[in-house]
Design a protein around this ligand. Structure first.
Ligand SMILES: Nc1ncnc2c1ncn2[C@@H]1O[C@H](COP(=O)(O)OP(=O)(O)OP(=O)(O)O)[C@@H](O)[C@H]1O
Ligand SMILES: [Mg+2]
Length: 332
């Protein structure tokens, strides 16, 4: 990687479009959004899956959760690798595309199970009725309720299949108070009803799933998993959870990194680390941690990525970039 000032602060660009600078390739550990298409998802998953280095104790926690078919609740600081581990689990166990439910204060369990677009269906029905006035043969009178039902990530994870699905429920500590208990209720049962389909006269209805372009036939409006999904819940510890919720999860707190573990992670992402810049940045990073200032791994990766190599910036600029990139995230 070479340091290139693409932006110079002039607002002027070359008149010849062929001379416009081409931005550099994405750093290898920077992932596109999980909702990306199937090909992109598959390629990225392989990368993140193989470069992930589980913290000490995490492998046992994952295996305990898999044996017990319980969700794994990971807590820890920002950037400690909580959201990434599920990709490695899914890749290693062949669980397919990871389903991702990102929680906010507005998230509801109902949305994660399925969405029914009643207004869209009424609108489509009205359009068809208008059309029938022009084509009184009554063609296309099929009831299309399935087109207006889409399963969410949790609903899709509970579909029956030959392999369990992998589900990331990210940042559950941002949820509304009742959501964790409601979630466990659904998980205990391993199934749920879609009343709009249960009431419908057709017994089998094809609906869309949360997988890209995925479809599934629902029978009598009821979904029941044949295999409990492998679930990782993540939390930054912004709030406590009720005991009944905690006892149903396998819990693991991401531990602080040793120098050895850190070096291993950097090598996994960026290859050979035998150069001075890398060694100095790793030491600076560890010093900040031992001084009680929290810095995340991907900040270190970013600093090494930009500051090492033949075309690295000169010393002064290097220092100011290092300060920029390794700014602490808080004490403790
Ligand atoms: N143990 C690890 N091995 C390899 N890479 C890691 C590890 N931990 C973190 N990383 C890198 O750090 C980045 C951030 O990790 P991740 O998003 O999983 O952290 P997080 O704990 O979910 O953070 P946040 O709480 O901010 O969501 C990842 O892209 C990953 O490449
Ligand atoms: Mg995360």
């Amino acid at each position: 990687m070479s340091w290139t000032p693409y932006y110079k602060g002039t607002g002027v660009h070359p008149t010849d479009p062929a001379k416009l600078p081409k931005l550099p390739a994405l750093p290898p550990w920077r992932a596109p959004d999980p909702a990306a298409g199937p090909q992109e998802e598959a390629g990225r998953r392989t990368d993140l899956a193989t470069t992930y280095r589980p913290a000490s104790g995490l492998i046992d926690a994952v295996n305990a959760a898999l044996h017990l078919r319980r969700p794994l609740l990971l807590t820890g600081r920002a950037g400690s690798g909580k959201s990434t581990v599920i990709r490695q689990i899914a890749a290693e166990l062949g669980l397919g595309q990871v389903l991702h439910w990102h929680i906010t204060s507005r998230s509801t369990l109902a949305d994660a199970l399925y969405r029914y677009d009643a207004l869209g269906r009424i609108h489509a029905h009205n359009l068809r009725t208008l059309d029938d006035k022009v084509r009184p043969d009554g063609a296309d009178q099929e009831d299309d309720i399935g087109e207006f039902v889409q399963l969410g990530p949790l609903g899709t994870a509970l579909l029956p299949g030959t392999r369990p699905r992998a589900l990331l429920i990210d940042e559950i500590d941002k949820s509304d108070l009742d959501l964790p208990s409601d979630l466990l209720d659904v998980l205990e049962r391993g199934g749920f009803e879609i009343p709009e389909l249960a009431r419908h006269p057709k017994p089998d209805i094809v609906v869309r799933t949360a997988d890209t372009a995925g479809k599934h036939t629902i029978e009598h409006g009821w979904i029941q998993c044949s295999e409990f999904p492998a679930i990782v819940l993540t939390s930054n510890g912004e709030r406590d959870f009720p005991a009944p919720f905690l006892r149903r999860c396998v819990r693991f707190e991401m531990p602080p990194l040793s120098e050895e573990a850190l070096t291993d992670i950097v090598a996994a992402h960026l290859g050979d680390i035998e150069d001075n810049t890398t060694a100095t940045l790793v030491q600076t990073f560890l010093k900040k941690l031992s001084d009680g200032e929290y810095v995340a791994i991907d900040q270190l990766l970013s600093a090494i990525y930009l500051l090492r190599g033949d075309h690295a910036p000169d010393l002064d600029q290097r220092q100011s970039l290092e300060d920029l990139l390794l700014q602490g995230l808080g004490r403790g």
